[in-house]
Write a protein that binds this ligand. Sequence first.
Ligand code: V47
Length: 372
Amino acid sequence: MNMSASTVSADSVKEKVFNNIRLTKEDGLFLYKECDFLDLAGMAKAKKRQLSGAEVYFNVNCHINLSNVCVSRCKFCAFGRNKEDEGAYSMSPEEAFDYGSAYVETGITEFHVVSAMHPDRQFSYYVDVISRLHNAYPHIHIQGFTAVEIYYFAQISGLSVRQVLTELKNAGLGSMPGGGAEILNDDIRAGLCPNKAGSREWLDVHSSAHELGMKTNCTMLYGHVETLENRIEHMMLLRELQDQTGGFQAFIPLPFLPENTGISHITRTGSLDDLRTIAVSRLMLDNIRHIKAFWIMLTLPIAQISLDFGADDLDGTIVEERIMHAANANTEKGISKSHMVDLIKKSGYIPCERDTVYNILHRYNEGVTEEI
Ligand code: V47
């Protein structure tokens, strides 16, 4: 008999949550498998309130996906192409610059630059893209390149991960997004994404970035072949690194969108699982300040509801998202700032426009009561 699982109850978890006591793996599994849905929501919402009150954050950004030509070809990805495939594209440094420049006048504060593991591009290409954008628009923060890309740049350049990050930082890279984490379990990675950085490498790249003073985000791709144990263990690995470095700003759970992927027979997670995952992550990741509901995948209504399940960030206005839309994400590719503000206000929270590293640029508190 599993003694530890049998001693966990809603009351024992609540007791820990309200006394800021760290949750165990068994607590996490209880929250996923047994806890009443609204009890869970109540605890996660209370934790969110403790950390960010009635504020909900968003930023005004534009995504620049430099290429979809990728040697990794992960089974869950609908975006990657071989070079000769129809629809394959790769922006030159000039095209990437022009693409980003077109949105500068709209008031963006962030370029979110992500590419793919391109077979022919040299590392100098990526440095060139970042320095062009940074030199022309030094006031716009550049968040770029997932840890698996950074690891790949080290492989193709013969530099260490630390040297790659240092060169990119010197060129103007400000922070890193959280992609490429998938599930931090090497048996699962061997089946889904064997041709890229493993769990340890992913964590080590973030650790190096944190040591260099760069903030990063972290993600979890769920709803494919993983178990609930795998999800909780993934969160605990992130929590452990965060104890050491403190460099993660936000956690973003990404529900797997199966269409057009190599594992399209898998059914998309339901909204209840999506909301439960947001709430469980809010409670397990006691040392990561923000939980982001990526509305592009969740849809806007579920993202709004997620604010009552512990999320405190709705990501950005985005302009033109490509990776999730390759998998037929059932959302717009971008929304306006006023739409974002309206959605947050209508959920009863105070919309706060932030920059990439969570400095508040504008608080839209007119007409919102702070009592929620
Ligand atoms: O690493 C790929 C995931 C990630 C699919 O840091 C898929 O603020 C679902 O990480 N279904 C890239 N997910 C996007 C990403 C991200 C997005 C927004 C904000 C931030 C941030 C990071 O998307 C990949 C992979 O885990 N992904 N294909 C799919 N079919």
